[in-house]
Ligand binder design. Structure first.
Ligand code: NAG
Ligand code: NAG
Ligand code: NAG
Ligand code: NAG
Ligand code: NAG
Length: 570
């Protein structure tokens, strides 16, 4: 059997029987090809094998997350998920046969066996994938080795979802815009802000958020998996010292060991060089959920200075897959129930095959009862003039991935306390990759009906609408290098909304109920528990953007949290 598939590969390796998987029409903006990749440079290749029963996993996810279904709350165990996603035996034989035919050794496999890793020199990878690898430089000075297309033997069509690194250039952070006020001295900055600190219309503080979202009276028990996970990429380190200063300033009873750190994919956490994103996420995650256990996952894999050293494998791939495989390998008791991630890319810069696969891998965490929240992006309906990377070019609103994945909860931004309204930067719209999921059809179609033909051609009416929900995203006070900063962005909204969800999960667990798991079916079928935001719009792409409206809208989703209401919903 094995030998047969091996021979089949030798037979089909002529260029005429290849299937092209993905072609970039244009490398993402900011990147330029500077040189061919050296032929002996080692690529840390990851092969996403077709998962045996993914349709069944997605069907199960929809049932166990739907409050109206008899299987609601009956999440799958690690081994049950792995049984569904494990590749079929013929898939394993075909892919291993192909690797063997090219003299490639497997270095690692994911827990379910659905991802294979191999170290492959550029010259061999180019032959396997019928492509050319180049070194690309970003305007920031970062370098990556990537290809502009790749192709596989047709006989692998049914067995391989995606191969990386190829055409995905990597995650750009949703940079929170920030203003460093009164830099002369931290004390002056703090004193200056103290006057405003009690004015929730001028600054956003833990106290403002807890009062607005009605969590002030609840102290979590931290029972079982009642933990908040916070994911950091791109060397956004989180500082325990800044965390302490923050907690002292806001009179929060945090301990010195206020959050745990787990390093993923050779990630680091150099606390002497904290990032504003890492600090924002840990400070507000902790403030919303203390004394619940918080875990900061610092994931390595940033594009960096290219060194043409054949013996140093380039571990510079985009990191969602690394993080997912790290989490999916955890035992059921080690998985936090709630996880927030404040990162995203313009959807069109993420190859379709890669986005589909990563989205399905997020679904596996949902099936295991994890609530995953992502910020929706900070560019309204899109940055600049929103010209697509297709030929011919056209103008189109810009969705954000992973927020556009239907198996995660996307969080937009609001501002103001009474009334609470949309923040102008809150990104939202419709995916071009993922179809509208059933759970949001009623809410989203009602908005589309109201919209009529406005913006026809600029967005995809049949796509998954995002964000799902929203939370405050402006004027957050954060401690960074012991200095008080003010930060705006959906980067702030996601940890805040996730903090409330973590409390709801804690409340449910403490009362013998199942955790919420994948949130969206619960959110869309109980939208009255949220504060509907109906004022504001999200300009971008040289337009006024969408307008907030009664019910769901592509600016603030269904609205902002109300803990008292949410914990009352079974
Ligand atoms: C693959 O493994 C075999 C056996 O361990 C070894 O002899 C060979 O050199 C390896 N090939 C590569 C390309 O690393
Ligand atoms: C946040 O947004 C508000 C309103 O647009 C603005 O006044 C403030 O300067 C912004 N803060 C930062 C840090 O950019
Ligand atoms: C609170 O801040 C808002 C916005 O800066 C300002 O308009 C208002 O006057 C302030 N209220 C008080 C009581 O200082
Ligand atoms: C859109 O903006 C880009 C970058 O600023 C520019 O190169 C391009 O010509 C613009 N396209 C249109 C149609 O205005
Ligand atoms: C619109 O979304 C649908 C559903 O995901 C997709 O099949 C289609 O290709 C999208 N259209 C465009 C123009 O991107």
């Amino acid at each position: 059997m094995y030998l047969l598939s091996l021979l089949a590969f030798v037979a089909v390796s002529s260029a005429s029987s290849l299937t092209t998987r993905h072609v970039l029409h244009r490398v993402p903006s900011g990147w330029t090809s500077v040189a061919p990749a050296p032929s002996d440079h080692l690529i840390d290749m990851r092969i996403g094998l077709k998962q045996g029963r993914m349709d069944e996993l997605l069907a199960t996810l929809v049932q166990v997350s739907n409050p109206g279904h008899e299987r609601y709350g009956m999440y799958l165990s690690k081994s049950q998920v792995e049984a569904l996603v494990a590749p079929r035996q013929d898939t394993i034989e075909f892919v291993e046969g192909w690797l063997k035919a090219h003299g490639v050794n497997i270095t690692r496999r994911s827990s379910a066996g659905d991802w294979i890793h191999a170290l492959v020199p550029v010259k061999r990878a180019e032959k396997m994938l019928n492509t050319r690898y180049n070194i690309y430089r970003h305007t920031s000075g970062e370098h990556v080795v990537r290809a502009e297309s790749y192709a596989l033997p047709r006989s692998l069509d049914d067995h391989v979802d995606v191969i990386e690194p190829t055409t995905f250039f990597g995650t750009r952070k949703d940079k929170p815009s920030r203003a460093i006020e009164k830099r002369e001295s931290p004390i002056a900055g703090i004193i200056q802000k103290i006057a405003d600190m009690s004015n929730c219309s001028a600054t956003t503080t833990p106290k403002c958020l807890k009062s607005l979202y009605k969590t002030s009276g609840y102290t979590p028990s931290g029972i079982g998996r009642s933990m908040l996970g916070i994911v950091g990429y791109l060397e956004q380190y989180a500082s325990h010292i800044d965390y302490q200063v923050f907690n002292t300033l806001f009179h929060l009873p945090a301990l010195l060991s206020g959050f745990a750190v787990e390093l993923v994919n050779e990630g680091k956490n150099n606390e002497l060089l904290p990032g504003d994103e890492g600090n924002l996420d840990t400070q507000y995650g902790g403030a919303m959920t203390y004394p619940m256990r918080n875990i900061y996952y610092s994931v390595g894999g940033r594009p960096s200075e290219f060194t043409a050293d054949a013996y140093t494998p380039a571990n510079r791939n985009e990191p969602y897959v690394e993080w997912l495989n790290y989490m999916l390998a955890k035992s059921d008791s080690q998985l936090p129930l709630t996880i927030t991630t404040s990162y995203g890319d313009n959807e069109q810069t993420v190859p379709f095959d890669y986005a589909q696969r990563v989205c399905n891998d997020f679904a596996q965490l949902g099936a295991r009862g994890v609530s995953l929240l992502f910020s929706s992006g900070d560019n309204g309906v899109g940055p600049g003039n929103c010209t697509t990377n297709t030929t011919p070019e056209k103008k189109q609103f810009v969705p954000i991935f992973p927020a556009s994945c239907p198996w995660v909860t996307a969080v937009g931004a609001t501002t103001g306390m009474s009334p609470e309204r949309a923040a102008v930067f809150s990104q939202g719209g419709f995916s071009n990759y993922f179809a509208q999921p059933d759970y949001q059809a009623g809410s989203v179609n009602a908005y589309l009906t109201g919209l009529g033909n406005t913006y026809d051609g600029l967005y995809n009416k049949s796509g998954r609408g995002f964000p799902d929900v929203s939370a405050q995203g402006q004027n957050y006070l954060v401690i960074q290098n012991a200095i008080l900063l003010s930060i705006n962005g959906t980067s702030a909204s996601s940890p805040t909304f996730a903090g409330v969800i973590a409390l709801v999960n804690d409340y449910r667990m403490s009362n013998g109920k199942r955790p919420l798991g994948f949130l969206n079916p619960w959110l869309y079928s109980n939208s009255a528990m949220l504060n509907d935001i109906t004022i504001g719009n999200n300009p971008g792409c040289e337009t006024d953007g969408f307008s907030a409206a009664v019910g769901w809208d592509p600016v603030t989703g269904l609205g902002t949290p109300d803990f008292e209401q949410m914990k009352g919903i079974l």
